[in-house]
Design a protein around this ligand. Structure first.
Ligand code: AMP
Length: 302
């Protein structure tokens, strides 16, 4: 079975949404991604945490079989993101980004980490994404996620990462920001020219747009009525997508890519039902099967 290496943020998030405020709840792109991806494949996580990050927080991944030996602990504070969502839950507003221990993080991959089949470069400094990418031994598939913070501050490094990526996940706003296009359809094909042959544009409650080799596929999101906190939906989507691709043997054919979108959107629909990682931590296989059927019903045309 192909295995997956992920590098990204392990974080405390302070989040304000119309449903409430949570101070310093557990989050970070690598946490969301690893937690979801562990349902599908063998996962190794690379990242850094501070002395305020408890062993119990790392155990959440470890008890699900994630290899956490690549999570370093350093003196200082864990990465802390402060964000809020107003009426439009599709758009996160960053209030503050405290890089803390990520500022001096210099990941050194072990031999086991280097030999990954799939490398997922979750949302983190493109310099760190590049460093991990350069150390990995020819992964079969490289997938990347990013956000406006890095597009604004590290665009040249990000472009180098995109050149070597097979799959890109990006929000609609960020896709338009990078390409200066005025809609997702135009942005997807331009982004593909930067390197990745597969581009997935995430559009919150409106679903996702997939582009690969000149062809488009659009999928609506699963309709969730009470969205509590959209944070992590993008990372969860990517993990479900990559999980499906891995299960299908990493053949990026059009049918598997479409079905991967479905898997990503289905699993992300749980993430938004509670703050932070809470909903994912308690999620059962039974709930996933029921939702899959419900989702199929919402998109089926007789
Ligand atoms: P998303 O799936 O896009 O909602 O990602 C949410 C996660 O991204 C949060 O848990 C944050 O901790 C993390 N995050 C926010 N800003 C950054 C950043 N600049 N670099 C890395 N991770 C971030």
């Amino acid at each position: 079975m192909n295995n997956m290496l992920v590098v990204g943020s392990l974080a405390f998030d302070s989040i304000k949404t119309p449903a409430g405020f949570k101070k310093k709840c557990l989050g970070g792109s690598a946490n969301y991604f690893s937690l979801v991806a562990s349902r599908y494949a063998s996962v190794k996580t690379i990242g850094v945490v501070g002395s305020d990050y408890e062993d119990a927080h790392i155990e959440i991944l470890a008890t699900r079989g994630v290899d956490v030996s690549g999570i370093e602990r350093q003196d200082g504070l864990t990465f802390h993101w402060e964000g809020r969502y107003k009426e439009d839950l599709n758009e996160a507003q960053t209030l503050a980004t405290h890089l803390n221990v990520f500022e001096k993080f210099n990941p050194q991959l072990s031999a086991a980490h280097k030999s990954c089949d799939v490398l997922f470069l979750a949302n983190i400094d493109p310099k760190l994404q590049l460093s991990v990418l350069e150390q990995a031994n020819n992964p079969k598939v490289v997938a990347v996620d990013t956000m406006n913070f890095w597009i604004e501050t590290k665009y040249d490094d990000l472009k180098k990462v995109l050149k070597k990526a097979n799959i890109l996940f990006v929000n609609q706003t960020e896709a338009l920001m990078i390409t200066r296009e005025s809609n997702a359809v135009g942005a997807a094909s331009v982004l593909s020219q930067f390197g990745p042959q597969v581009v997935v544009i995430k559009r919150g409650e409106y679903g996702a747009l997939l582009y690969s080799k000149g062809e488009y596929f659009a999928l609506p999101a699963f309709p969730v009525k009470n969205i509590v906190d959209p944070t992590g939906a993008g990372d969860s989507f990517a993990a479900g997508f990559m999980g499906h691709i891995i299960k299908r043997g990493l053949d990026l054919n059009p049918q598997d890519l479409r079905r991967a979108c479905l898997e990503g959107a289905m699993i992300a629909s749980f993430t938004v039902e509670d703050f932070g990682l809470n909903r994912l931590i308690n999620l059962t296989e039974g709930e996933v099967s029921v939702r899959f059927e419900q989702y199929m019903n919402t998109i089926r045309i007789e």
